[in-house]
Write a protein that binds this ligand. Structure first.
Ligand code: ATP
Ligand code: MG
Length: 359
């Protein structure tokens, strides 16, 4: 699949929100010109420019690392799994293992995720607006910068390298520039995990929901608001912890928005988990903490009543909340495998009532 320049994603995103082409052009240029300074968050104002290397082909843009498979199917940033290239030169191999090249030291026995972003100028389909490559350039640098901070702050996968690469003309993608983000691999996305809960009758536990909402509280502590917080941009890492992906749409926290990200993600969570057998038709409402959080946010602060307390869900992001347990009251008739399933004990208290809600 042909990957599209970074700015095309920003365009599509704003178009989906109902903006007209000229409004989109204005909005993107304002971001690019850093007018939206917010709290002066450096990554969104003056992101540092990473090194640029020259390569003969796209595959040479990540020396010592070999592409193994495709992890993501985004139209804008292709994400692939990479590992130590068995045919790497000794010098490249050394730089992969010890660092000192493009990456910080990597474990030669592990695989990593590599996101590739295309830096190009771009003309919208209707031809009325166009953007220079500098707009994509700035946007990619900003994403790289936020991804690094998110990795350090335990909000996103750890980042091991960010760089640009110019592919020599003549080759496939010749004459074009790419940005690369090398990071830890996650296990799955939360969107996929909900799909799995639906098809295998698993419980999206209260703690898993708290972690998905709590990761936004954590991101706020770093100064950011994730503006593209759909459930496929929430991931579950190898330790079963919730992490954010995809920092292409990030804004500084704006006044009055503090609870907006939490409410938006809570809405989406509740809408999705209600289609899993455990929660369907309003069952197990007490475990649907996403819905409870929405109610509490909407209710606001009423004296002597339960309120949503900011920051109380962030600690759940340190907890392993995956795999999801099987539905303890699974209907035998539902089971698509047809196997008998034993009732499971509620072992780790994952679906106990919230302690995030303060009386
Ligand atoms: N660190 C990672 N480990 C494993 N898979 C990943 C990782 N990062 C991304 N992916 C996969 O790649 C997909 C796309 O990644 P990402 O959202 O960063 O790119 P994008 O092109 O900006 O996305 P979109 O599809 O939203 O436009 C993710 O939804 C996920 O499935
Ligand atoms: Mg994405």
């Amino acid at each position: 699949m042909e990957i599209q320049p970074f700015v095309a994603k920003q365009y599509a995103f704003l178009e989906k929100q109902g903006l007209a082409p000229k409004e989109i052009e204005k909005s993107i240029h304002e971001r690019f010109a850093s007018k939206e300074k917010g709290a002066g968050v450096a990554c969104l104002v003056t992101p540092p420019k990473p090194v640029t290397i020259q390569a003969d082909t796209l595959a040479d843009c990540h020396p010592g690392l070999k592409e193994l498979s495709r992890l993501g199917h985004g139209a804008f940033g292709e994400v692939v799994a990479v590992g130590l290239d068995p045919n790497a030169t000794d010098a490249d191999r050394r730089r992969v293992i010890l660092g000192g090249g493009l990456y910080s030291p990597l474990d030669p026995g592990r695989t990593y995720a590599l996101k590739q972003l295309l830096l190009d100028d771009w003309v919208a389909a209707d031809g009325t607006v166009s953007f220079s490559a500098a707009v994509s350039d700035w946007g990619i640098q900003s994403e790289m910068c936020v991804a690094r901070e998110a990795g350090k702050g335990a909000v996103g996968p750890e980042v091991f390298g960010t760089w640009f690469c110019s592919v020599a003309s003549g080759a496939n993608f010749g004459g074009r520039d790419f940005g690369f983000i090398l990071m830890d691999r996650v296990r799955t996305t939360f969107g996929d995990a909900i799909d799995e809960a639906r098809s295998h009758d698993l419980v999206v536990t209260a703690d898993a929901q708290r972690a998905v909402m709590g990761i936004h509280e954590r991101f706020y502590q770093l100064g950011y608001f994730h503006d593209d917080a759909h459930l496929y941009n929430h991931a579950i890492d190898l330790q079963g912890r919730i992490r954010l992906l995809d920092f292409g749409f990030v804004r500084p926290w704006l006044i009055g928005w503090k609870e907006r990200a939490v409410r938006l993600v809570a809405r989406e969570l509740s809408d999705e988990i209600e289609w899993t057998p455990y929660y369907r038709l309003g069952r197990h409402g007490k475990d649907n903490v996403a819905e409870e959080v929405i109610e509490l946010i909407d209710r606001g602060s009423i004296p002597f009543r339960k309120v949503y307390k900011w920051g109380t869900m962030a600690p759940f992001t340190e907890k392993s909340v995956y795999s999801f347990p099987p539905n303890p009251d699974a209907d035998e008739a539902f089971s698509d495998s047809g196997n008998h399933r034993e009732k499971v004990e509620d072992t780790d208290g994952d679906i106990q009532p919230a302690n995030l809600l303060q009386a």
